[in-house]
Design a protein around this ligand. Sequence first.
Ligand code: 3PG
Length: 206
Amino acid sequence: MARTMSLVGQRFVPVIVIDDPGLAPDLASALLRGGIGCAEITLRTEAGLRAIEAASDVHDFTVGAGTVLTAADVDRVVDAGARFVVSPGLADDVVERALELGVDVLPGVATATEVQRALRFGLDRLKLFPAGPLGGLDLIRALSGPFPGVRFLPSGGVTPENAPDYLASPTVFAVSGSWMATRELIAARDFDEIARLSRAATELVP
Ligand code: 3PG
């Protein structure tokens, strides 16, 4: 089974929407100061790809790519230095290309059918998206019955209030969310606040 080695030890995967790639190194440093060593920089903005490239140079920081929708996206983000790839859903071409390139891939799943499809690819670490609207921990517990070996990364609706419960679940390897480094905080260059919110997040780990 694939083990998503690039995320070993990480309990938070910030989801980043960034408009200026020049801010990516300072953003990565702020997350590191707060005790978070990785982020998923999304391709939702034009700046996303160059931000991945810029963050990939930051020592001790593991940069991944999010909102990866096609095999061509996988090629582009891996060229830019992404060490892991995250998708909102499970697209065969994305998973296949990531596996070909040997880069960690975390497809999004929302149903038992999608978990089964992911398992056929040898993937047992999966993003659950959108976790909150789908049922959160109740869904994770339900899925863990038939799939005891699967570990989840809930994303979408994770907050400082509910993160401790998610993190206490043995079937959750990390949580993902935007609250510690919002698009607005990054644009405002409020890196002290990003570091503070990151530190506060790490203190939520039970
Ligand atoms: C997203 O889709 O942006 C991620 O799942 C993060 O969601 P959040 O903004 O609810 O943390």
